[in-house]
Design a protein. Structure first.
Length: 80
């Protein structure tokens, strides 16, 4: 349960940072959802590659994953 809470917390922050880095305007629920999805995706990818240990993998992976999801969302929905 604590890992899930950590993923949600870092994911929400990562969604905020990713939308700012990529200059995307979204509402708060969408930003949080993108961040949490990116956190899960990025954390799993970096843990698989074992580049960063523990929470560092979650933080870095969350931002990169959220940015990847935003890019896919923009590419396939045409929203900017």
């Amino acid at each position: 349960m604590p890992l899930l809470l950590l993923i949600v917390t870092i994911g929400a922050a990562a969604g905020f940072l990713a939308t700012r880095f990529m200059r995307v305007r979204t509402d708060v629920p969408t930003t949080i959802a993108l961040g949490i999805g990116g956190a899960l995706l990025g954390w799993l990818a970096l843990r698989f590659l074992a580049i960063f240990p523990g929470w560092a993998a979650l933080a870095v992976g969350a931002i990169l994953g959220a940015m990847g999801i935003i890019w896919l969302w923009q590419t396939y929905t045409g929203r900017r």
